[in-house]
Ligand binder design. Structure first.
Ligand code: NAD
Length: 485
């Protein structure tokens, strides 16, 4: 049965491990549901890394996605000893797929700890920033540093996306969750942006929860959540947790969306332990394809497939081994056949959520960078590698400060150790030495900083990293160490 949606060309990446077998099953179901799709099959992942492409994503694949604007993707692996970067993260970065949408809804007939609780929520995870930018440096042979990058623009986009999803799906509440109590500038930026943008959506209730409390609440009262918006690492963990609440990775779908491109994929990975055995559950990928069909306007086919999945699970006659006892289980293909047989049937207990089209254009409109009227450099943090203790290093640095800059304090992993603040922690050889202006209204211009660094080097002090301390419109734009006055 065909429906009147514009015929679409979709990039298809079978991926690694269980990817190709799940993709084959999904293609059969979509064809049987009558959606008019031309698949453009492309490579990415392990085979590409092994051919010597360190990105794991060939140019032809990038061009195909760019051309079509929409892709269905199996899981991708980074084989040990081949690329350093994940092909998934590369795709998200190349196409600025800033939003990762992960719905979790209780499905009938699926055994889960929370069965019967009517869980129906969406995690909206920021997808390109945070620690996933992967900007890491070994600062000393024994100290690693990763940069947690959060931008106001990134926060605006993900927050607006969460509110737009709530509106399009008729949901009443959006919960923002961060670790802003500890990371006030980075995680706090999402919280502040959320609170500001919430004013534009007066029809939607809002709340903020610290992420550890959200984890706790989710395993106590998951049904209280509708849309959860959060940063990249928090969202990665929380969305795996929410998929576990309703039956596991075999059922968890997702979409990666940007301004011009959307890539749909299961939440799960390549599951190498069960690959090529024909036992993988294709539902997660199929539900991702259902999201894709709605995205391209093929809602009737999407609805038919969703109903057929629900009927198949509810009747439970033919299920893959992750959903039933081994002796009753069927193969991936037999399960797909059962879904195809059930196309056109509907469960009396299941209602498909009504949706208005999601408007992404307004979400990712190019916003200019934030500007401030007055900015001033008031000092500098110099990160130093030294085996000496805090008192010895402090005394050496005091001797090297000039007329303009003074040593305010030294901290070790965020706690002040010089001048001493209570008991000395067990300090590794990595010190943050904070130099500030002696004259409060002055400016720590580059010459002063370069001069200071030159003096440190001449004295044989090894510095690796320098961070200017800025003041924006009179507000310090840097964090204080524990114990810093
Ligand atoms: P995984 O999701 O592949 O497997 C975790 C567990 O869930 C395993 O027990 C697996 O058998 C089971 N499982 C997953 N999907 C299933 C399905 N459809 N049916 C039945 N059981 C299923 O996670 P992992 O083992 O941590 O990762 C394996 C590889 O996948 C790694 O190389 C990882 O980097 C990659 N990965 C890729 C993606 C992606 O492409 N988006 C996501 C996660 C992991």
């Amino acid at each position: 049965m065909n429906e009147s949606h514009p015929a679409a060309t979709v990039t298809l990446i079978p991926g690694d491990g269980i990817g190709p077998e799940c993709i084959a099953a999904v293609r059969r179901v979509i064809a049987a549901a009558g959606a008019e799709i031309t698949w453009e099959e492309c490579e990415a992942g392990a085979a590409v890394f092994r051919k010597g492409d360190p990105t794991g994503v060939p140019r032809e694949t990038i061009d195909s996605i760019q051309r079509n604007g929409v892709a269905l993707k199996g899981p991708l692996e980074t084989p040990v000893g081949y690329g350093e970067r994940s092909a998934n993260v590369t795709l998200r970065g190349v196409f600025e797929l800033y939003g990762n949408i992960r719905p979790t809804r209780e499905l009938p007939g699926v055994q889960a700890v929370f069965a019967g609780r009517q869980i129906d929520l969406v995690v909206v995870r920021e997808n390109v920033e945070d620690l996933y930018a992967g900007i890491e440096h070994m600062q000393t042979p024994g100290v690693a540093q990763g940069l947690k990058l959060i931008t106001r623009k990134g926060c605006e986009k993900i927050v607006r996306l969460a509110f737009e999803i709530a509106r399009s799906e008729g949901r009443a509440k959006v919960t923002c969750s961060t670790k802003s109590n500890i990371m006030k500038l980075t995680e706090g930026l999402l919280k502040r942006t959320f609170e500001e943008i919430a004013a534009e959506y007066p029809d939607i209730r809002t709340e903020h929860l610290i992420i550890d409390n959200l984890a706790h609440q989710l395993v106590r009262w998951p049904e209280q959540y509708e849309v959860i918006v959060t940063t990249n690492l928090n969202g990665d963990i929380i969305s795996d947790l929410t998929s576990g609440l309703t039956g596991g990775l075999g059922l968890a779908a997702s979409a990666n969306v940007g301004r011009d491109v959307a890539i749909f994929e299961a939440v799960h990975g390549s599951a190498p332990g069960i690959a090529l055995r024909g036992v993988a559950n294709p539902t997660a990928l199929l539900l991702s394809a259902v999201m894709l069909l709605r995205h391209i306007g093929a809602s009737a086919a999407a609805d038919r497939i969703e109903h057929a999945i629900v009927v198949t699970l509810e009747e439970g006659r033919k299920l893959t081994p992750d959903l039933t006892l081994q002796e009753h289980a069927v193969t991936t293909d037999e399960y797909a056949d059962e879904i195809i047989r059930n196309l056109g049937r509907q469960s009396p207990h299941w209602r498909i959520r009504e949706r208005r089209p999601l408007s992404l254009a307004g979400v990712s409109a190019r916003t200019p960078p934030l500007r401030v009227d007055r900015r001033r450099v008031v000092g500098v943090d110099v990160f130093i590698e030294a085996e000496a203790g805090a008192a010895e290093l402090g005394a050496a640095l005091e001797r090297l400060t000039g007329a303009e800059l003074r040593l305010k304090m030294i901290s070790n992993r965020g706690t002040r150790v010089y001048p001493p603040f209570g008991r000395q922690p067990d300090c590794p050889d990595h010190w943050c030495c904070r130099f500030v202006l002696r004259a409060p209204q002055g400016e720590a211009h580059d010459g002063l900083i370069v001069d200071l660094l030159g003096r440190l080097s001449s004295a044989g002090i090894r510095w690796m990293h320098v961070e200017k301390l800025q003041d924006f419109d009179g507000v310090p734009a840097f964090s204080k160490a524990q114990g810093e006055t």
